[in-house]
Ligand binder design. Structure first.
Ligand SMILES: Nc1ncnc2c1ncn2[C@@H]1O[C@H](COP(=O)(O)OP(=O)(O)OP(=O)(O)O)[C@@H](O)[C@H]1O
Length: 337
């Protein structure tokens, strides 16, 4: 589980708004290994999708700086022709909303076949056979019948399976799943997650799983990166993150998912939302405005990720002096043990 597949270095993705550029992803440095699930979590607007789209080279008009190193390519600086060879072949994405990701006017079997046509030399008959095999693999019953159905004739769970079949058609080594189960009910959600896990194991693929659902993180992830306002504020293996979260934002996120009513009473959650792009502070700790009771001197001028234990990184020094206002003095010792 240690072979590095993807290396993201100082990635900055900026959108032009009026006369200026604003970074939705700012100074993101991450690695992903083969056969590893790296979850990216954070509230709405924290930059998760902007990051996923950057990795797939899907932004048309954004300014991309830094490096995205994957299989001897730098996706941040790659030609469109090289990119379209990689996409759908060695890297693929599972989108949040299968209905908008599928072509409503084409039967689903042909949509899977199309990605084979783009990246293989298989004959029409072989492609049909491969599509049936893929439909079986993603758990679609009566695949010969489903091949000729249009997206609107299928349930949400079935459509998501079609998206997954398209994504894995060419055995990608890198799979990016952006909220893959958000639109699905709980039972189907569990089946889709099982499917992604099995596919990862069978293909030895690296998976970046974007979600705001910490239950999904606990079940699926090997490592977790927490994003706030375009930046990674904490990275750790999944056990460390749940057992010993350090960044105030991570602690608040975890507290926002109470297990029982009794526990809920003891929990503390930081109020507020991620600022809009144009209102992001460009200097200093981006989380400072959400924790005004913490001494300003606790924040770094230019917060960086500190490795507090091997593999456990946290941004800014403010975590060491952070406490929830409702906590007693004894509770305030939370932190590195
Ligand atoms: N094309 C764009 N042009 C301008 N701003 C954008 C664009 N795409 C995203 N943004 C802004 O970038 C920030 C990050 O958005 P992003 O969609 O990446 O967040 P997210 O964490 O994926 O949220 P969600 O969970 O709601 O999908 C937001 O402030 C958003 O409004």
């Amino acid at each position: 589980m240690s072979k590095e597949l993807l290396e993201i270095k100082n990635l900055k993705t900026s959108f032009r708004i009026k006369d200026d550029y604003y970074a939705a992803v700012d100074d993101v440095t991450l690695t992903l290994n083969k056969n590893e699930v790296l979850a990216i979590v954070g509230e709405s607007g924290s930059g998760k999708s902007a990051l996923a789209f950057s990795l797939m080279g899907l932004h048309n008009r954004a300014k991309i700086e830094g490096n995205i190193l994957f299989k001897d390519n730098d996706i941040a600086n790659i030609s469109p022709s090289k990119l379209s060879k990689l996409r759908g072949d060695e890297m693929a994405m599972i989108f949040q909303d299968p209905l908008t990701a599928l072509n409503p006017l084409m039967v689903v079997g042909d949509q899977i076949s199309e990605t084979l046509l783009l990246h293989t030399n298989l004959s029409k008959k072989k492609r049909w056979e491969k599509v049936i095999e893929l439909l079986n693999k993603v758990g679609i019953p009566r695949p010969e019948h489903v091949y000729d159905q249009f997206p609107h004739e299928l349930s949400g769970g079935m459509r998501q399976r079609i998206i997954i079949a398209i994504a894995i058609a060419n055995n990608p080594e890198l799979l990016i799943a952006d909220e893959p189960t958000t639109a699905l009910d709980v039972t189907i959600q569990a089946q889709i997650l099982d499917l992604i896990r099995d596919l990862k194991d069978s293909m030895d693929a690296g998976v970046i799983l974007i979600t705001h659902d910490l239950g999904v993180v606990a079940e699926m992830a090997d490592r977790v990166a927490v994003m706030y306002a375009g930046q990674i504020v904490e990275i750790a293996d999944v056990h460390t993150l749940f057992e010993n979260p350090l960044h105030p934002y991570t602690r608040s996120l975890l507290n926002s998912v109470p297990n029982t009513a009794a526990e809920q009473e003891k929990l503390h959650v930081i109020q507020g939302i991620v600022p809009s792009l144009q209102n992001l502070p460009r200097l200093g700790c981006r989380f400072a405005a959400r924790i005004p009771w913490v001494d300003a001197a606790a924040h770094e001028e230019n917060p960086i990720l500190h490795e507090v234990k091997p593999g456990h990184f946290v941004r800014c020094t403010c975590h060491s002096q952070f406490y929830f206002p409702e906590e007693s003095k004894e509770d305030q010792t939370h932190g590195i043990s």
